[in-house]
Every structure is written in C-alpha cells, then in structure tokens.
Design a binder for this molecule. Structure first.
Ligand code: OAD
Length: 235
C-alpha cells in the first residue's frame, strides 16, 4: 500500500517561479501593509485598494510558471498518496499536476460575493467562481447583486479549511514542509498534529522556528531541496 505524504507549503515554494515571498528582505510585506491590503478591516476601510492588490497578484500569476519543486511535489503521486496543504493563493501546485491541494488561505484566481462563504452559510463555496487572471473593481457585482471580493482568507477571518488540514497532517506517514516562515497561525501550528512516528522534513534556506527535535532540515532552496528529499524517500 502507498504511504501518505502531507506537504505543507508556503511562499518559498513559489519563489523560484518569480513570485516574491511575504517576509523575506524586499518581500511583499516590505512594500505593502498587510493590514491595509489583506485584512478584513482593510477591506471594509478601502475595498478598491484591496481589489487592486489582488488584481496585481493575479497579473503576476499569469506570467509565472510552476518550478521544479512544484513538479517534484506533483510527481510524488507516482509513489505516494499526496495531500498538498498550501498557504499560497497561487495555482502553481495545480498547474504542476498535483491533484489534491487544500488552499488554507484561499485562491487568487477566485472571487465571491462579499456576503457569502462565511459563518452564516457554513462557509459554503457555492457562490465562489473562477475569474482566471482577470480584474475585479469596485462596483463589479455577483449574480446576487452584491460586490465581489477576492476568495482570500483575510487576516482577521476564520480559516475554514483548518480542520481538513489537521486531519490530513494527522494521518500522514511523512510530513514535508517547504518554504514557509511559519509566522501565521493557525497554519504555523499544523505540524504539531503530525503522528509521533512520522518523520518530518523541512526544506527552507533559512532557520524556521519548529519546535520538534525529529525534524530533518534540508537547508536549501525549494528546487534543490526537493531533489534531495526525493532521493532520500526513494532510497
Ligand atoms: P513568508 O514570506 O513568511 O516565508 C517565506 C519562507 O520561504 C521563508 O522561511 C524563506 O526563508 C523561505 N524561502 C525563500 N526563498 C525560498 C526558496 N527559493 N525555496 C524555499 N524556501 C524559500 O511566507 P509564508 O510562510 O508562506 O497569508 O507566509 C504565510 C502567510 O503570510 C501567507 O499565506 C500570506 C502571508 O501573509 C495571507 O495573505 C492570508
């Protein structure tokens, strides 16, 4: 029987595709205030600003391609049951061929009316739809007549896919973490649900605050680190 791998990814896995990370030097949050462009308070304060920010993210994504790390993660499916749990709002895992991707923080290519997919409707995704790399502006309405918003989990909002992610980490035989500073909770605490006997690998060129002494830290960029990881699990 195939073993299960849960792969928890962050912005670092897409860095070599030309998409900047958030917290590295020169990262997105050096140039934008996340509380203005990616929080629920920011949305109510200035919807246009938030919409423009995500229009820009979509445009960047249109020009980006999956890199060798996304592809290596997708190819793990030949030998393993693979659940990708990503904090990324890009679609590079899917474009590389991964067939099961849980987007903890939403998806940049999707939008929804601002009054749906929340506590009131049990986070139903019935009204969510794909706009690809298109733009959304103030005044653009959903079929229900309500302003469209990005299908993003803003700071200050619940993370509806958290329970699903916890279950996937808890049943994995191996946990692999790639390119995340683990600064944003609850995603940052997910690794603590790994089974006591499951090996945990981390691929990141920098130190990451992981409090678990079984962790094998592959201190490399994602493309090189994935090559090393694949060689290790195949050995
Ligand atoms: P961060 O920008 O916080 O962290 C990026 C991580 O990637 C760091 O640990 C870097 O060392 C590492 N890194 C950089 N280049 C790399 C490379 N080529 N290969 C591998 N690793 C590399 O990004 P996240 O941890 O993903 O949320 O941030 C988490 C969340 O914070 C995001 O999902 C986003 C953000 O605010 C929302 O917008 C809701």
């Amino acid at each position: 029987m195939k073993k299960r791998i849960a792969v928890l990814t962050g912005a670092g896995v897409s860095a070599e595709s030309g998409l900047g990370t958030y917290r590295d030097n020169g990262g997105l949050w050096d140039n934008y205030d996340p509380m203005e462009v990616a929080s629920i308070q920011g949305w109510y304060r200035n919807r246009s600003k938030v919409l423009e920010f995500y229009n820009m993210q979509r445009a960047k994504l249109a020009d980006a391609r999956p890199n060798a790390a996304h592809i290596a993660i997708a190819e793990l499916e030949k030998d393993f049951i693979v659940d990708v749990i990503t904090q990324n709002v890009d679609n590079l895992h899917e474009r590389a061929g991964s067939t099961h991707v849980v987007h903890l923080h939403g998806e940049a290519t999707k939008v929804r009316p601002e009054n749906c997919c929340n506590d009131d409707d049990g986070f139903s995704e019935k009204t969510v739809f794909d706009i690809g790399y298109g733009e959304v502006h103030l005044g653009d309405k959903a079929p229900n007549g309500v302003q469209l918003r990005p299908h993003i989990v803003f700071f200050g909002e619940a993370v509806p896919k958290l329970e699903e992610a916890i279950e996937l980490v808890a049943k994995a035989d191996i946990l692999l973490i790639v390119g995340t500073s683990l600064s944003v909770y609850p995603a940052a605490g997910l690794y603590r649900y790994a089974r006591a006997d499951a090996p945990v690998y981390l691929i990141d060129p920098a130190d990451v605050p992981l409090f678990d002494n079984r962790i094998v830290h592959i201190r490399k960029v994602a493309t090189e680190g994935m090559a090393e990881f694949v060689a290790t699990v195949r050995a």
